[in-house]
Design a protein around this ligand. Structure first.
Ligand code: FAD
Ligand code: FES
Ligand code: FES
Length: 1211
């Protein structure tokens, strides 16, 4: 059925949080996210990946169906959704749920109250995913829940944020916040939160949660929009147009007209999620939205099966497939589509599936060799497709479609049909055949966004063999895909081989041999051996029970392949049963946290809500890229080297369309006189802002292109062409081995070089056994902070520059900018309020980003900002240091290690960054065991690669890994339980003093052995070991493991400044050197200020917490801010604040005593107002410098992990 167009409007109408928007000129390539962030005040939608992979941009999209008078609400990723496709829709962002002024929504309150937001960059997206789940649960016909709860179930709540990535918080508090709304929640299952008090009953606990009123919830679709619904849109913007045809005929006409126009580039679009993988460098003239054509947008049923329109979203297709088998009893064909629906649910995430179409997926597979799941599962069930090319309409098998040359833009996929009612091929009367069907998929994560390494779907028709007593295969359809192949394939040779055969192990073995030559990943496919072996595993898993099946069980196969019935008769039953019992749940386990709280230093130590958590959830928190652009602001993007060592001859922007948009290309030539080419500094040296004549590594900054928008700047950088010349240049150093050959090293200052312990030859001589020259290689790792690097530089009067930066060390960034611009440091001000995740990556690596903006702003006298795109960020980030380790270890027969000799080659990249601290950090942790004698040769290699930087426990992670790998190898050589080898090699107090140079304290301070034992008891470690041993003995295919690992961490406290000011109304403002990266530094500082000022002991002084505000770091207001790193900046900042407060208390005490004498008691507010009258100085600042004994000390801990259970104990 084709419908007539009701009206066509030349403007786009939609609503955001109830506000109407009408736009008549829109660049069709604009995404919803771009529009919201650039043209509205709703900046809660964050750009994390721009690829549908992180969920930080999730919003609720609501559509109205006037026929049914129903509103459909679903979560979408706004980074992929094109703005033009939201015509007639309503969008709700987290700002639309509530705010600090009008009141937060319970979702905001619970995210804050369950401590589910740290840096907060992911939180708005999380809130919207949960909101979408709640809105839809309320529509379900389920009984009304208890007051304060919703109709959401725990299982739905756990899945509500699937696909939303959080890099800080950990998912348990997030899941707890979601589950707290569920009607079937067991509140005892929820973790620590700020709502409940100790001893509260279940009922009280529920009542203390921020109230969720189901009926007074948000209106997701405003009334006014319902009236404007019935129109499609035709928009023109410069030379581009957006069309929304309402019939196939109209579509054909459009294609015909525009095809005739020379060079007109057409893009068919449905959900636009394909741009996640295939970036659009190309510029399209015509966008044709296929979603308004009913033929493409509905599912149809006939006597053979179900036909899914190409524009039907994957979510809708799943619903339709499930609808086919709603009854209690379903046919074999229905069993097939139920399994297909189940497979489709594993693909992407809900907010992608809600807009991604089935047709789009198949076309991506056909045109771009996309590793599609849909094409594989549909291929196995003989699906067909309907395609039009011009006026030709063709029906063909999916297999033929996939094998054709890539579709051109005139061809449109109309639908795909699953002939599930006609799958049985053996139709002779009296035949006793059954259909068996299964689908398979292996991906880095079972649920959530992860493309498959391989997928497969098998459909067979079998019957009992009367003569042999086995199972005979009548038909066999085996599809494999995504394994590094152009498209999904049918394993025809194996199908032919198996058809008609009685299944035996011998037959299966031959089939597996054939599979080895069929599923062959293309050259260059990652993990190709793994993928091939998975294919074999799937075939074996599917067929092997059949080789053991007997005819008498056959009649029990109700719905085709029912593995438990098969296994009932199988010799593998025992294994399978055990597997079933211990199956690790795919979602979350419950957990318990035990904390000891004390009121002694109230409110220090109380688990209060993180400062700013609620405004992070409501989207009001302002990150650098949320600061509105000043007038005339330009946006920048880096042009970086793609060569390891090359002379840069020239840089061009190869795009005519960006001629007017690009304002300048800034490079080393633009460093002003008196300025330096400096992009970052550490105590070990500096790194240039731009490559000078010769670029020294891929990823090195060559230039900074600035344009009118971030999108144009990114496009310009993409279109840039750098001309290189490599003549007469040495070959680059690309590996640590080459660095050794050419003696290319960074120097490690002697004070940072760790000391060797004992006599290695003696230690080796004492050993009963030795492992010599064992080798391991550790790779790199990217930070994946949700907010990429970002800065905004605004020129100020008198040659000054204000720079807003998401940085962990503003003091250093400030100094670098001043040196680069050649101005005194007092001309620069660096402001940092909030960082959307740092993990070390925003320490050194944030400096050149801010400096490039400042330099350009300085030169052009215009504000300049950047939000680095994820790809560039990944290329330039550096990340964790890769390294090669060679070790020899000597040990006694009882597992006691007598000597460890290490050679470590650290790949530091081209500039020193923080790399010279690596030997110290690696060894600091590695010395957690008593190695007897320890010698090492550590080289910090300089290579022509991007410089590596601080990354979450730099060196410490690797040090611990190396130590544990050595211990494990010793245990395995001796066939000993690894835990006992760990234990025997734990330090005594004496050996500890030999290994560590820092103050190790008194013997009683060495708590590791007692932590170790206590943890063994509280985790029932020995009992678990026995149980696991028994499990592993009786399980052939699956093994479990447990391990208890100690840690010794050398804590280092650095000097940190603080400033506390009391304002005339008694409110308090605090500045500290430390930056809140999400770790809660501001919260601790607030608590400390409230505690320390409460020592004045006047009325109301115990309730000062709410009066304290910590404000952004401003490098001119508070100097010597230092680094926020190493897990001690919160404590150091707190101490600085405590010292300031002590000064203030001392100044206020005489006045307080006087007032108390006069009036009997004095209120905090009165005290302060009198202090103002009497000119008491109410601002104090200090630089906290730790004394020698507290500057460096050892910290101990241990953890047990078994499968996914973790028992932790720290000391
Ligand atoms: C984060 C993420 C994870 C994903 N994970 C998986 C996964 O695990 N497994 C999997 O199989 N897929 C996965 N996908 C792919 C997803 O299924 C596809 O991106 C989606 O189905 C494409 O549909 P769309 O409507 O968005 O297509 P669009 O992006 O709108 O279009 C894609 C391409 O197809 C063309 N096109 C669209 N419809 C038609 C038509 N009817 N006729 C002709 N050409 C057409 C477009 O011009 C474009 O070239 C994932 C996608 C994302 C973003
Ligand atoms: S999913 Fe949109 S930014 Fe990551
Ligand atoms: S709080 Fe989730 S990414 Fe930082």
């Amino acid at each position: 059925m084709e419908v007539e167009r009701e009206t066509t409007r030349n403007s786009l109408v939609f609503a955001v949080n109830g506000q109407r928007f009408e736009l008549s000129t829109v660049d069709p390539s604009t995404t919803l996210l771009e529009f919201l962030r650039l043209h509205t005040r709703f900046k809660s939608v964050k750009l994390g990946c721009g690829e549908g992979g992180c969920g930080s941009c999730v919003v609720l999209l609501s559509k109205y169906d006037p026929m049914l008078d129903l509103v459909e609400d679903f979560a979408v990723s706004s980074c992929l959704t094109l703005l033009c496709s939201v015509n007639g829709c309503s969008i709700t962002t987290t700002e639309g749920l509530g705010n600090s002024k009008d009141g937060f929504h319970p979702i905001h309150q619970r995210f804050a109250g369950f401590h589910a937001s740290q840096c907060g960059f992911c939180t708005p997206g999380m809130c919207m995913s949960l909101f979408s789940a709640l809105v839809n649960a309320e529509k379900a016909s389920r009984p009304d829940p208890a007051p304060g709860l919703s109709k959401l179930t725990v299982s739905e709540a756990e899945k509500a944020t699937l696909g939303n990535l959080c890099r800080c918080t950990g998912y348990r508090p997030i899941a707890d916040a979601c589950k707290s709304f569920a009607c079937d929640v067991d509140v005892e299952d929820l973790g620590i939160n700020s709502f409940w008090r100790k001893g509260d009953t279940k009922e009280v606990k529920i009542s203390r949660l921020s109230l969720y009123g189901r009926n007074d919830d948000i209106c997701t679709f405003p009334k006014f929009l319902k009236k404007e619904f019935n129109s499609t849109v035709l928009l023109n913007y410069r030379s581009n147009s957006w069309h929304a045809p309402v019939s196939v005929k109209e579509l054909q006409k459009l294609l015909e007209i525009h095809d005739a126009k020379d060079g007109s580039r057409i893009k068919l679009v449905v959900g636009n999620t394909g741009t996640s993988y295939y970036k659009e460098l190309e510029h399209y003239d015509q966008y044709i939205d296929l979603r308004y054509i009913p033929h493409l947008s509905i599912t149809r049923r006939d006597q053979t099966g179900i036909e899914i329109g190409a524009a039907v979203t994957i979510s809708k297709a799943i619903e339709a497939l499930k609808d086919e088998c709603k009854g209690e009893f379903y046919s074999e064909g229905e069993m097939v589509i139920k399994k297909i629906a189940g497979h489709l649910e594993k693909l992407a995430s809900g907010f992608v599936r809600n807009t991604a179409s089935v047709g789009g997926n198949l076309v991506l597979a056909q045109k771009h060799s996309f590793p599609s799941d849909i094409s594989t599962v549909l291929l196995a069930v003989d699906s067909t497709v309907n395609v039009i090319t011009g006026s030709r309409n063709e029906m063909m098998s999916l297999e033929e479609f996939l094998e054709r040359p890539p579709l051109d833009c005139r061809s449109v996929l109309l639908s795909a049909k699953i002939p599930y009612k006609a799958l049985k091929k053996t139709l002779s009367s009296g035949s006793n055949t059954k259909l068996l069907f299964e689908t398979y998929r292996a991906a880095p994560r079972p649920l959530g966004n992860a493309l498959p390494y391989i997928n497969a779907a098998f459909l067979v028709e079998v019957s009992p063999c009367k003569t042999s007593g086995g199972i005979v295969l009548h038909t066999c359809q085996l599809a494999f895909g995504a394994y590094g192949t152009k498209h999904a394939i049918r394993a025809r040779k194996i199908e032919v081989f198996l058809t008609g055969k009685v299944l035996t192990i011998g037959v299966l073995y031959e089939a597996i041999k054939l599979l080895g030559t069929t599923v062959v990943p293309e050259d260059g496919t990652s993990r190709s051996a793994y993928r091939s072996s998975l294919a074999i595993g799937y075939l074996f898993e599917f067929f092997s029970p059949l080789t053991e099946a007997r005819p008498e069980m056959f009649s029990n196969w109700l719905y085709g392949f029912n593995s438990s019935l098969l296994f009932k008769y199988s010799t593998m039953k025992q294994n399978k049963d055990q597997l079933g019992r211990v199956k690790v749940p795919t979602l979350l386990l419950s957990a318990k946290q035990v904390m000891e709280l004390s009121n002694e230093y109230h409110p220090v130590g109380q688990p209060i809500i993180k400062s700013g958590a609620a405004i992070q959830a409501s989207g009001e928190a302002v990150y650098v890229d949320d600061i509105p652009s000043p007038t005339n602001c330009l946006h920048g993007a880096f042009i970086y080297s793609t060569k390891p060592l090359a002379r840069v001859i020239g840089i061009r922007i190869n795009s005519k369309s960006l001629r007017n948009e690009v304002a300048a290309v800034i490079s080393v030539k633009d460093i002003p006189e008196g300025g330096q080419n400096i992009g970052s500094k550490t105590i070990f040296g500096t790194e240039p802002l731009f490559a000078a004549e010769v670029t020294q590594c891929p990823g090195e900054r060559i230039a900074f292109v600035v344009a009118d928008t971030q999108k144009h700047a990114d496009m310009a950088a993409n279109f840039s062409v750098v001309d290189y010349d490599m003549e007469n240049l040495e070959s680059p150093i690309l590996s640590v081995e080459e660095a050794v050959e050419r003696s290319s090293f960074f120097e490690v200052p002697p004070f940072l070089f760790p000391k060797q312990v004992g006599d290695i030859s003696k230690g080796m001589a004492e050993a009963d056994q030795r492992i010599l020259s064992s080798e391991m290689n550790l790779g790199s790792q990217y930070y994946f902070y949700m907010e990429t690097q970002t800065a905004l530089a605004v020129p100020d009067e008198d040659n000054c520059m204000v720079v807003y930066s998401s940085i962990q060390c503003p003091e250093y960034g400030h100094a670098v900018i001043a040196r680069c611009l050649g101005v005194p440091e007092h001309n620069v001000r660096m402001i940092t309020r909030r960082v959307g995740g740092g993990f070390g990556g925003k320490a050194i690596k944030a400096m050149p980003v801010a400096t490039a903006c400042a330099l350009t702003a300085h030169k052009l006298r215009r504000p300049v900002r950047i939000y680095v795109n994820r790809k560039t960020d990944m290329v330039m980030a550096g990340g964790r240091h890769p390294m090669k380790i060679t070790y020899s270890v000597g040990f006694k027969s009882n597992g006691k290690i007598t000597a460890l000799e290490l050679k470590i080659l650290i790949n530091a990249g081209i500039f020193p960054d923080i790399s010279p601290i690596m030997p110290r950090n690696i060894l600091g942790v590695l010395k957690k065991y008593d190695w007897g004698a320890l010698s090492f040769d550590i080289k910090v290699c300089k290579t022509n690669q991007i410089s590596r930087s601080a990354m979450r426990g730099p060196g410490e992670v690797q040090g611990s890994f190396i130590a544990e790998a050595v211990i494990e190898q010793v245990a395995s050589t001796l066939s000993m339980e690894v835990d006992s080898v760990r234990k025997i090699n734990l330090h005594t107090y004496d050996s500890l003093s030999l290994f560590y140079e820092s103050d190790i304290g008194l013997p009683a301070d060495y708590t590791l052995p007692s932590i170790w034992d206590k943890l063994g008891t509280t985790s029932s470690y020995n009992l678990r070991i026995r149980m696991i041993g028994e499990f592993n003995k009786s399980n052939k295919w699956r093994k479990r493991g447990i391990s208890r690992v100690p840690i010794v961490h050398e804590v280092m406290v650095r000097p940190t400044p603080g400033k506390v000011s009391i304002l005339s109304d008694g409110s308090i403002v605090v500045e500290v050197g430390g930056i809140d990266l999400g770790q809660g530094l501001w919260t601790k500082v607030k608590q400390m200020a409230a505690f320390a000022l409460s020592l004045i002991q006047c009325d109301g002084a115990r309730d000062l917490l709410e009066k304290v505000r910590v404000v952004q770091s401003d490098s001119l207001s508070l100097v010597q801010g230092g680094f926020t790193a190493g897990s001690t900046t919160s404590e150091a900042s707190c101490e600085a604040v405590r010292l300031c407060c002590n000064i203030l208390v001392e100044r206020l005490t005489p006045l307080k005593d006087r007032l108390q004498e006069q009036m009997g008691s004095v209120e905090w507010k009165m005290l302060i107002s009198q202090a103002y009258v009497q000119a008491v100085n109410l601002q104090a600042s200090t630089l906290y410098v730790p004394n020698f004994t507290s500057m460096e000390y050892l910290n101990y801990g241990a953890a047990v992990s078994e499968d996914f259970h973790i028992y932790k104990q720290g000391g």
